[in-house]
Design a protein around this ligand. Structure first.
Ligand SMILES: *[C@@H]1O[C@H](CO)[C@@H](O)[C@H](O)[C@H]1NC(C)=O
Ligand SMILES: *[C@@H]1O[C@H](CO)[C@@H](O)[C@H](O)[C@H]1NC(C)=O
Length: 286
């Protein structure tokens, strides 16, 4: 494992950038899916009230609701099966907090991963300066992973409550006409949930992505090497040489250990490349 890390962190930053940058791009794509599927949702259910006096019936009562799922503000009129009289009813519950929390995290997560991608590509040197970039990146990534887990779980719970509250069979129980046995109330159709189910799946996928990325950002900080060997800035030739040498040592050590022969070979080939690039390197201390 250590060999693999060393290879990943070889001074040539294409190798090092690859997983981190790629995951950031996935992160902002998945964040878009998460907030679009949740924030853009609108659903409808339809019930019928069939009164004993047919002229009072309404066989197609549509009830619309949408993000942010303040269902207790969704009103609809239903016949009372007493002449023309109607009653105004509301759905039950307000699930806006979990839905808005989820969408907020998704939007900020989108913005951050977009910003981070731009910084990796165009402000590489600024990012490395004093190790501040990796440090901030690491903290933000840990926070977002946690937030994705919390908000996805909160939204998964919120969604199950929304489903219960908009179940047509539950909605007809709110109607006074339906408490009279002679009137027949039934569900015509319920809301489609595929969009919202997708949003929860993307929420957890985002958690997995961010949590996985903690590792790659952690490597950027250089802490796993005990702080002794920081990643050299590309401007410092001397540092780079020392660093390459260290990688070489590590590679040959692991190869002799036999545990990572495959990666050992890779390390060797990487080394020869770097050696050619790096120019004259003295190995006096080996
Ligand atoms: C039935 O309810 C819908 C609202 O969902 C309303 O638009 C329609 O006019 C009602 N029909 C009758 C016959 O009252
Ligand atoms: C049915 O409703 C109509 C008009 O609303 C009314 O004239 C009639 O008497 C009602 N019939 C019954 C059986 O209630």
């Amino acid at each position: 494992m250590e060999t693999a890390n060393q290879i990943m962190s070889l001074g040539t930053f294409q190798v090092l950038k690859l997983p981190l940058g790629f995951i950031r791009v996935l992160e902002w794509l998945f964040a878009i899916f998460a907030f679009a599927t949740c924030g853009g949702y609108s659903g409808q259910l339809r019930v019928s009230v069939d009164c004993i006096n047919k002229s009072d019936s309404n066989l197609s009562i549509g009830i619309n609701f949408a993000y942010p799922f303040r269902l207790n503000r969704v009103e609809f009129d239903v016949p009372m099966c007493e002449g023309r009289r109607q009653e105004r009813l509301y759905l039950i519950g307000d699930f806006s907090s979990s839905a808005e929390f989820f969408v907020t995290i998704a939007v900020f997560s989108f913005l951050y991963s977009l910003l981070a991608t731009v910084v990796y590509i165009f402000f590489q040197n600024k990012y490395r300066e004093n190790n501040r970039g990796p440090l901030i990146d690491f903290i933000v990534t840990v926070v977002f992973s946690f937030m994705w887990l919390v908000s996805s779980s909160a939204w998964a719970k919120g969604l199950s409550d929304v489903k219960a509250s908009t179940d047509p069979d539950e909605v007809v129980l709110l109607m006074s006409a339906c408490k009279v046995q002679t009137n027949k109330c039934s569900s015509v159709y319920g809301p489609r949930w595929s969009g919202l189910n997708t949003s929860v799946v993307f929420g957890y996928l985002n958690f997995v992505l961010w949590a996985g990325n903690i590792w790659f950002v952690f490597k950027e900080t250089g802490w796993h090497k005990g702080g002794a060997a920081r990643y050299p800035s590309s401007s410092s030739e001397k540092q780079t040489t020392a660093f390459n040498q260290q990688v070489y040592n590590q590679g040959s050590f692991d190869q002799s250990g036999g545990a990572f022969t495959g990666t050992g070979d890779f390390a060797q080939s990487e080394y020869s490349q770097v050696g050619n690039y790096g120019g004259p390197i003295s190995y006096t201390n080996q």
